[in-house]
Every structure is written in structure tokens, then in C-alpha cells.
Design a protein around this ligand. Structure first.
Ligand code: AHR
Length: 539
């Protein structure tokens, strides 16, 4: 941030020096100053870690509630501004996130999806038994999804139907999508408006095949996986060598405990003994922050107890990744197979008055903190975790965006994803700090979390989350071997842990500028309580 911008934001003193304006809350009130004891953070940019794959910031769009219909697709005849039926406001918001990939069409929906119903000029109306039993118009099908990918500048992660489909059905879908030669299916694609082959970057072979995807044993799933892996190809020769190659993702674990470790062990052991005729590149893992089933925590109108309990639960992600990574290491010490956390996020009780099958929830400052903590965990495991998809993109679960007819609002989680854009494909840089503790009732959490990275242009970035909702945190960051000239960025907080953005008040939880004080080789920052901060360093 330059001095003019900083002055506008009220961050520059009359004498021109940077002030600790960060001790102001988002609402402009003085933050509690009592316990701003200093926390030392050491960043060592000389020690480069793994790449933080941009795919860690992937999204998930299932045919579920208003996630696709209304959230993305309004149809070309809608009064809501759209391009070929896809809403322009949502596209613009997602473009700003540089969404690397979108998983579609499910979820549980994928294992009941039959692609042919969504490509012909006359679309079949079917049912969506998983999600409210509503009708599925199939108006948003293959071409509409690929158009959506082109409009937001993202890659397709297509989940094929293993539960109620066949390898033949899935292979024909991929031929329809990717064949460059004039096969009958490629000609049908051309007749339906797209002569050029599409690119499918990622292929999901089933979804939760241990449960909604067919309740299979790991052995039964493996026999399916081998057939799908062999026959469901990218048929375009130009997209077969690296780095164009379509990556295949197998169904992996859905949680903690022997059932899931056995699943990972069985599938990875088979992978180690694979033959030339089948393979996969990623193992999926699903883990929601829910505390207990059925989801009963409220997404708004909650207090500090629920804030602390949900964050405690979300931090379990680290142990889960470590557990399954350790099993993968046994069979794949070179880490060729990625752990793909392709469903994660908070799952709360449905909003009152909404269809419970539509998984509608609000999104609060707590979710912003939760998102930052999870992304930090993924980054710390970036050597193994190379893809993740938050559930879900629009109007469902921990969404980026909420819509209501022509209205749209960006959620606190959206803002965290936007603040973290510079971490996409950045190189992990080790950070050490004494996190301290934040305690509420019988929950004790780290008070602070932080990651650092160098972006593709070489700039250093630091992301720091202050979990404590009551105490600001004075951070003193030293950057080994670097004398910073300045450091600035954005910070996200709000008056309450359950503050939300609404259509009427969309700016309650939005990022504000923040500037660090440079003290020799040290950067000094005062982080507001319950805040997420991302800064870059000029050197
Ligand atoms: O995201 C909602 C559902 O959660 C998905 O359809 C399913 O895969 C998971 O159980």
C-alpha cells in the first residue's frame, strides 16, 4: 500500500509515519488493549518448501438446492444479467478469486447423474432424490458447465457416475467431451454447439463410494476403479502427455477411525501394486467441520462457546491429513499420489424456513477464520495435499457467494479466498512462532496461526490469523536475511464472531487495509481480535 492509500485509510500519522491504527476494530472502536503482549514470528525465506498448489483453492458446485440453479444458472431468458444463461455477477466475483478448478456435478448427485440427459436440445426432466427430491431440469449440462469454466477461467474437475452408471457410459461422456477426431460422439458435440474438443483437467472416479456412492467395500470399489481408470480416458491425443494429461482421482477416506484408515490402506496398497493398465493421481478425502451429526450448530446467532467449539473441531483437519498421509507414505514414499481434500468446510443446521435438503446456511466471521485455518493446514501439508475443494461454491454449505433472485452478496469466506490469491502456486516458506493459547470454557486453542510464502514473482507474503475473539495480538515478525522496506495488506474482522454479510448489509465483514511498522529488520503488526490478515513485504 502506498502512503496515499494508507492516508485515505487513516493509517498514517500527521508526521507521516505509520501508526498502530490496526488497534482499531472494523467498526472503528478502540480494540481491547489489555493483553497485546508481543508474539515473535520468525520467517525464513531462505528455506523454500513445497509449492502451495493453486488447486488447494478449488471449488465444488453440486446440483443441490440453489447451488447451480439460481446460484450460477438463470437461463438465457432471465431478467438477471447473464451470458448464455450464466449470471454475470457471480462470474465476475469468481473471476476475482482465480478459481483453479471446479468439481461438478456432485457429490452424491454425481452417482445418479446421466450425462446424456443434459446435452440434447430437448432436456429430460429427472429427479434429484439426494437433495430434497426436487425435479432436475438438466438445463445446466455438459456444455453449460464447460461454458461456465471458460467464463470464470477455471479447469473442469468432472466426477463420473460409478454408483449407478457404467464404465461405458463414463467413457462415452469423456469421448463426447474430449475426442478430436470426427467420431459420432464428437460430431454430436459439434452439432450441439462445440466443434472443438473440451479439456477435462481432472476426473473424479466416483464420490463417497463407501456411502451415498454405492456403499461399497474398499475391495469392491477397487474393482470399479480399475475398470474406470482403464477405460475412461481423455481421448484427445494433444492432451495426453504431461502437463496436459487428465489427472484421475480415486475415492479415499471420509474421516477418522479404522473404517477410513483401512480404506486408504487398501486402495494405496493396490496402487503400489498397479500394472500398466490402471493408475490414479489423487486420492480424495472428505472432512466437514460439523462436530456432530446431524448438523446442529447454528450458522448465525451463536456465541463464543460455539465459536471455540467449531474452531477446535476444524483444527482436526491437521491430524486427519497426517494420519492418511502416513498411510500413503508407506506405499508412495515419493508422494506421486496427491491427497485431494475435495469436500471440506463447515456444515451447520439448515437455516430456518429453508428446505433442509438444500443445505442453506449463513456464513460468518467464524467461517472466515475457519477457512484461513484450513488453508494454512493444507499449505503446511503441501507436499502431499495438492488439491482441495471447499463445499460449496454458491448458496450451499460454506459458500463463497449467496444469491436471492437478482441480489448477490459475498461471504466472509469469499474474502479470505480473495486475500489468499497470492498464495496460489507460491512456494511455502517456513514460519516459527509460539502460538500461545486462547481458552474458552473447556476449549483451548492456539491463539495465533501463520503461514508464509513467496509468490511466483518472488514477493514474500505472510498470512496471520488471530483466533482470540477478545485480545488483539501484537506480532513482531523477523525475516531472516531480509531488511523489509515496507509491508502492507488487508485484514478481515467484524464486531462479533457471528457477524455476517446480508443483502441489506453486505459490508459488515469485509477486508480493510493494514500497514505494518518497519523497525529495522522487524515488522510490527497489531492484529485485531478474531481476524485474518494477509500482508506482502517490499524489500
Ligand atoms: O456437499 C454435500 C454432500 O456431502 C456431498 O454431496 C457428498 O459427497 C457429501 O456427503
Amino acid at each position: 500500500m502506498n502512503q496515499t492509500l494508507a492516508r485515505k485509510a487513516g493509517l498514517v500519522s500527521r508526521r507521516g509515519g505509520f501508526v498502530l491504527a490496526l488497534a482499531l476494530t472494523a467498526a472503528g472502536h478502540a480494540a481491547p488493549t489489555t493483553a497485546a503482549d508481543s508474539i515473535a514470528v520468525s520467517v525464513d525465506p531462505s528455506k523454500a518448501g513445497p509449492k502451495i498448489d493453486r488447486n488447494l483453492f478449488g471449488q465444488f458446485a453440486e446440483h443441490l438446492g440453489h447451488g447451480v440453479y439460481e446460484g450460477v444458472w438463470v437461463g438465457p431468458d432471465s431478467a438477471i444479467p447473464n451470458t448464455r444463461g450464466i449470471r454475470n455477477d457471480v462470474v465476475a466475483a469468481l473471476r476475482a478469486l482465480k478459481v483453479p478448478n471446479v468439481r461438478w456435478p456432485g457429490g452424491c448427485f454425481a452417482d445418479e447423474y446421466h450425462w446424456r440427459k443434459g446435452v440434447s436440445p430437448q432436456r429430460a426432466v429427472t429427479l434429484n432424490p439426494n437433495w430434497g427430491g426436487v425435479t432436475e431440469p438438466n438445463a445446466f449440462g455438459t456444455h453449460e458447465f464447460m461454458d461456465f469454466m471458460a467464463q470464470i477461467g477455471s479447469e473442469a474437475y468432472v466426477s463420473v457416475n460409478v454408483g449407478s452408471g457404467t464404465p461405458q457410459e463414463a467413457a462415452e461422456w469423456l469421448e463426447y467431451l474430449t475426442a478430436a477426431q470426427p467420431t459420432t460422439l464428437a460430431k454430436e458435440r459439434a452439432a450441439n454447439g462445440h466443434p472443438a474438443p473440451y479439456k477435462v483437467a481432472y476426473l473424479g472416479i466416483g464420490n463417497e463410494s463407501w456411502d451415498c456412492g454405492g456403499n461399497m467395500t474398499p475391495e469392491h470399489y477397487l474393482s470399479q476403479l480399475k475398470a474406470y481408470s482403464r477405460f475412461v480416458r481423455n481421448f484427445n491425443p494433444a492432451q495426453q502427455p504431461d502437463p496436459q494429461r487428465m489427472l484421475k482421482i480415486a475415492v479415499g477416506p471420509g474421516g477418522d477411525g479404522p473404517r477410513w484408515t483401512e480404506w486408504t490402506d487398501t486402495v494405496m496398497k493396490a496402487w503400489q501394486g498397479r500394472s500398466w493398465s490402471w493408475d490414479f493421481d489423487g486420492l480424495s478425502m472428505h472432512n466437514y467441520t460439523v462436530v456432530k451429526w446431524p448438523p446442529s450448530y447454528k450458522s448465525t446467532g451463536f456465541g463464543e462457546a460455539e465459536y471455540a467449539q467449531i474452531l477446535e473441531s476444524t483444527l482436526e483437519m491437521d491430524r486427519l491429513i497426517a494420519t492418511h498421509s502416513a498411510i500413503m507414505d508407506k506405499y508412495d514414499p515419493q508422494k506421486k499420489v496427491a491427497l485431494v481434500v475435495d469436500e471440506w468446510g463447515a456444515w451447520y443446521a439448515p437455516l430456518s424456513g429453508s428446505n433442509p435438503g438444500f443445505l442453506v446456511q449463513q456464513n460468518s466471521l467464524r467461517d472466515a477464520v475457519l477457512a484461513a485455518l484450513n488453508v494454512n493446514i493444507f499449505a503446511r501439508h503441501a507436499d502431499r495435499v495438492r488439491m482441495a475443494n471447499i463445499a460449496q461454491m454458491v448458496n450451499v454449505l460454506q459458500a463463497m457467494i449467496l444469491t436471492d433472485e437478482e441480489k448477490m452478496v459475498l461471504t466472509p469466506t469469499y474474502h479470505v479466498f480473495k486475500m489468499y490469491v497470492p498464495f496460489q502456486d507460491a512456494t511455502f516458506v517456513p514460519v516459527s512462532f509460539d502460538a500461545g493459547t486462547y481458552t474458552h470454557g473447556n476449549v483451548t486453542l492456539p491463539r495465533l496461526d501463520a503461514i508464509a510464502a513467496r509468490d511466483t514473482a518472488g514477493k514474500l507474503w505472510l498470512a496471520v490469523t488471530n483466533l482470540d475473539p477478545d485480545r488483539s495480538a501484537a506480532v513482531e515478525a523477523t525475516l531472516a536475511g531480509i531488511t523489509p522496506k515496507s509491508a502492507a495488506g488487508e485484514t478481515l474482522t467484524a464486531p462479533r464472531v457471528d457477524s455476517v454479510n446480508t443483502f441489506e448489509a453486505p459490508d459488515t465483514v469485509v477486508p480493510k487495509p493494514i500497514v505494518a511498522r518497519v523497525q529495522g529488520a522487524t515488522l510490527a503488526l497489531t492484529l485485531e481480535p478474531k481476524s485474518v490478515t494477509v500482508i506482502s513485504v517490499e524489500q
